[in-house]
Design a protein around this ligand. Sequence first.
Ligand code: ZN
Length: 228
Amino acid sequence: MKERKQFALFPRAGGMMTMAQPIAVTTSVRRAASIDEGLSEFSNQEMYRELLGRLGEDPSRDGLLATPGRVEKSMAFLTKGYREDSATILRGALFDEDYDEMVLVKDIEMFSLCEHHMLPFFGKVHVAYIPNGKVIGLSKIPRLVEVFSRRLQIQERLTRQIADAIQDAIEPQGVGVVIEARHLCMMMRGIEKQHSSTVTSAMVGCFRQKETRLEFLSLVRQPGAGSQ
Ligand code: ZN
């Protein structure tokens, strides 16, 4: 014997059977519920679909049918830094080393989203430190940039977080981080300063001394082996 269906079947005038329909919830009931529970009952895709409608689009037209799914995936990627931890990434890539000259990794590509408009800002990150008995595996520095840039950010905090993560991991003599970036929220809306770029820096320890800071900045400006 098969299990009985969970929905009751109602005979219709024509003799056909039809499934019971869910009770329609009025907008006001929904609104009251959502104040208490947030919008957690709705999926990300449902919310992006709703947003498309509110922007004046028809979410059911061909070109937009798969858009909520694509946006969900893309946003998950662009914010994956929330689900990563810088200390975990650096652990296992720290090495004892007597080297005490400046280590510089420059022109690291960076893409992030500004937290005020959720629009991209992007550019180059330059990271330097002077070791104090420990160095970081070189490939981990771009990974560190990735962890903090794949979140909603402001450029100033991003700069500071990269410097702090290196400071905490190896307690070097000093760290310097410079970010040069262009912000789409400035370029494609509002003041439309298309060619302006924003430069931020964080200097820790010996990088606060003029000589070290100037050496770092002049190395950043020099065309290096990796530049075109
Ligand atoms: Zn912005």
